[in-house]
Design a protein around this ligand. Structure first.
Ligand SMILES: [Zn+2]
Length: 483
């Protein structure tokens, strides 16, 4: 007997043939998709499914995959999204000197609720603004909160902004806020403890990527003076070897940022370069990597995530895609100027590509949808996700199509990408289990989550003295720096 039968739906499978089934059905057994086909056929085959979902007028999609977000930002990341210096200062103060396990737990529950509401079933979340690994109790608390909602999380834990170590933090020791100096070896030790305790936990819903913040950990972020990009430092060679060792030991991926000019230098580490099929590299901050660097990414099989957001740079994602590089389009979390609406992120990416090329034929809806489903699954190294086909994991998001914006669009893919908002998702299934039904979260009391999140937000502002980030005096000014 099937556990769940979804019937009467428009099913966008994202399978090999990219089939779209009208009056389609999906049968789920345990955590696996057992059958996909016409409703009449599947209803005849499985007349006694334990649960039947009538998805008439709805669109069934593979659960969406957000390849890049930030743990912590749901609580504090929207503090002041326009004044980036204040924003950054406040975040660092909270993440490095205030936030204990309670903060990360409250953030995780809010974050996971919002991802599910937006039809996202897998989210890759870096610990903080830059990936702190020194204290495993923090990612452990995040993983626990996320799993309660029932969604998949991949935590990015590792080494924060290079290259000055040790880093000064305040951490709770026996409940007492204590100054801590954490070297990169401490970060890697904490990362290993996180891998031991969280990677594969919660029935496999939670994974951990080893996350050095950058693929050159001995260079200042964004460094682009050519003579400073001539040679890898001893620190970089050491970190590369240790990061690779850890990822291999726990059979997981490496996750890091890069900048223009850095890929060429990174590739000179013939043994341990942070490039390759097990590396998902962030191209949010890249200023114009050259053509040779795009070729290196393609030749090494490196995977890429990208966010089209005002603060960040335009990356040649169309060019990378045409070279066969898998690209995940992401929200970059829910801050500073984004939400967890991944469909909105697709529209931003489409707009950015078309403006850049001055050509509306770039980045159409179908190509964009691949970047949050099948190609995103390649990015996270788990192709059992991202499509609706027999044998794949049962992560399914069902979109309600009754909002006026979604009416009168004949093409179902354009209907999703151009007409829908994240809030239109009605039902979400993760690993064969309902986590949202009729827009109500199944496993948690959402009111409780929102109250806990608000409390954590207000406490962080009070304790960190960052009230001056609120309501900056910039009314009437077109450019903020003129104030
Ligand atoms: Zn980011």
């Amino acid at each position: 007997m099937m556990d769940i039968l979804i019937k009467n739906a428009t099913v966008i499978t994202m399978d090999h043939e990219r089939r779209v089934l009208y009056h389609g059905a999906v049968a789920i057994k345990g955590n696996t998709i057992a059958d996909v086909g016409p409703t009449a056929e599947l209803c005849a085959k499985y007349p006694h499914a334990a649960e039947t979902v009538d998805a008439s007028g709805q669109i069934v999609l593979p659960g969406l995959i957000n390849c890049h977000a930030h743990a912590g930002h749901c609580i504090i990341g929207k503090l002041n999204s326009d004044m980036m210096d204040k924003w950054w200062e406040a975040l660092i103060r909270v993440y490095e000197n205030h936030a204990g396990p309670d903060f990360w737990y409250a953030d995780a529950r809010l974050h996971a609720s919002a991802t599910v509401r937006n039809g996202i079933t897998t989210s890759v979340n870096v610990m903080g603004s830059t990936p702190m690994g020194d204290d495993p109790t923090l990612p452990q608390a995040h993983a626990k909160g996320f799993a309660q909602v029932g969604s998949r999380e991949i935590l990015g834990v590792g080494i924060p902004l290079a290259p000055q170590y040790p880093k000064a933090y305040t951490r709770l020791r026996n409940g007492v806020p204590t100054p801590v100096l954490a070297d990169y070896d401490d970060m890697l030790a904490g990362t290993e403890e996180t891998l031991k305790t969280v990677h594969g936990a919660y029935g496999g819903l939670t994974r951990v990527f080893v996350t050095p913040h950058q693929n050159l950990m001995g260079h200042e972020p964004g460094e682009h003076v050519p003579r400073r990009l001539m040679e890898l430092t001893p620190l970089e060679l050491d970190i590369n070897a240790k990061v690779r060792g850890l990822a291999a030991k726990y059979n997981t991926q490496i996750y890091c940022d890069t900048y223009g000019g850095w890929i060429t230098l990174a590739a000179t580490d013939k043994e341990n370069a942070l490039l390759g099929p097990d590396v998902l590299i962030g191209m949010e901050h890249v200023a114009a990597p050259n053509y040779r660097e795009l070729m290196i990414l393609a030749e090494t099989g490196t995977k890429v995530y990208y966010t089209a957001e005002g603060f960040y740079k335009r990356v040649q994602i169309s060019e990378l895609m045409s070279m066969g590089v898998p690209v995940g389009i992401t929200t970059n979390g829910c801050a500073p100027r984004t939400t967890l609406d991944l469909l909105e992120s697709l529209r931003r990416a489409i707009l950015a590509e078309r403006l850049f090329h001055d050509d509306y034929a770039y980045m159409h809806a179908r190509r964009a949808l691949e970047c949050v489903t099948v190609d995103a699954a390649r990015c996270i190294g788990d192709e059992s996700l991202g499509s609706i086909a027999v044998g794949k994991k049962a992560d399914i998001s069902i979109l309600d199509c009754s909002s006026p914006d979604m009416l009168c669009i004949s093409d179902p893919i354009e209907r999703v990408v151009y007409g829908a908002a994240g809030g239109d998702f009605d039902t979400v299934i993760v690993d064969g289990k309902f986590v949202m039904r009729a827009r109500k979260l199944v496993n948690v009391d959402e009111k409780d989550i929102l109250a806990g999140a608000n409390e954590a937000h207000e406490r962080a502002i009070r304790q960190c003295g960052i009230e001056d980030c609120i309501d900056p005096p910039i009314w009437g000014r077109t450019r903020m720096e003129l104030m």
